[in-house]
Design a binder for this molecule. Structure first.
Ligand code: KIV
Length: 290
């Protein structure tokens, strides 16, 4: 069993220990996050934007989530892996949700699935958790519904908005979710929801009062330049370092400075005399090769 499970994550909340989570979409990065001790890794459908260049997450398919999810799960020995259910893979019915959650678990090796929505997807969460599959819910600003919100906007505003968000949080807990992501929620409301719930809350743009935090990894390494939301912190300017490295490579290749002798395999043992003959004519080759 992994070091991070639904049981150990719940115990962290009880002890007041914060939980770290990052998005991840490939094996190499998953290995690095896993070795760094990150508790949870999320194969988010944000990969539609970060890995595929779409403007939103709506075009991402179940097959794509399975492909990326499988690579990430292979890299995580200790980190708990959550794979997003993409748009229209669970909204239709509880039966559809269960069948697709089952495919994600069987075909990726993930530890849980994530669904966007609150009161409206209680039946889906019940169906999935009833089959023994852990569910992380996602409320507040849910990107798959951004058309309905009129854009990527902070949710839970005003008395009605706050009451609706709390009702969603309580609904997903009652349906059996082990965790809930709170995205773009006012920080005092997120802290209140966190106190009210027994299950863990993971915040993104929801302040420091949540049980854990998640960020998109390209954002937290500065790969997207300044085009990031207010809540993102750049933990290392890796984007700049990569651009410098790409420029240096381009320069050195064009100048003939790469590869150096030390970066080249030893000369073949056929000898300089043979090479000299080959340069003059093809006679040294057996007829079949010529
Ligand atoms: O898809 C995603 O990356 C997410 C996080 C932003 C929470 O859902």
């Amino acid at each position: 069993m992994k070091q991070n499970t639904v049981v150990t994550l719940a115990a962290m909340k009880v002890r007041g220990e914060k939980i770290s989570q990052l998005t991840c979409y490939d094996y190499t990065t998953a290995c690095l996050m896993d070795q760094a001790g990150v508790n949870m890794v999320l194969v988010g459908d944000s990969l539609g934007m970060t890995m595929q260049g779409y403007a939103d997450t709506l075009p991402v398919t179940l097959e794509e989530m399975i492909l990326y999810g499988r690579s990430v799960a292979r890299g995580c020995r200790q980190a708990f892996v959550v794979v997003d259910m993409p748009f229209m893979s669970y909204q239709v019915s509880p039966q559809q949700a269960l069948a697709n959650a089952g495919r994600i678990m069987q075909e990726t090796g993930a530890d849980a699935v994530k669904l966007e929505g609150g009161r409206g997807i209680q039946e889906q969460i019940r169906a999935i958790t009833g089959a023994g599959i852990p569910v992380c819910a996602h409320i507040g600003m849910t990107p798959q519904s951004y058309h309905a919100f009129g854009g990527f906007k902070v949710q839970g505003k005003g008395e009605d908005g706050a009451a609706a968000l709390l009702a969603d949080a309580l609904a997903v807990q009652a349906a059996g979710a082990f965790a809930v992501v709170l995205e773009c929620v006012p920080p005092k409301l997120a802290a209140l929801v966190t106190r009210k719930l027994d299950i863990i809350t993971i915040g993104i743009g929801a302040g420091a009062g949540c049980d854990g935090q998640v960020l998109v990894w390209q954002d937290m390494l500065g790969l997207n330049g300044d085009k990031v939301p207010k809540f993102v912190r750049c933990f290392a300017p890796v984007g700049q370092t990569m651009t410098q490295a790409f420029r240096a490579y381009d320069r050195e290749v064009k100048a003939g400075a790469f590869p150096a002798v030390s970066e080249t395999y030893a000369q073949s043992d056929c000898g300089d005399d043979v090479l000299a003959r080959l340069e003059q004519n093809n006679a040294a080759f057996p007829a079949a090769v010529v």
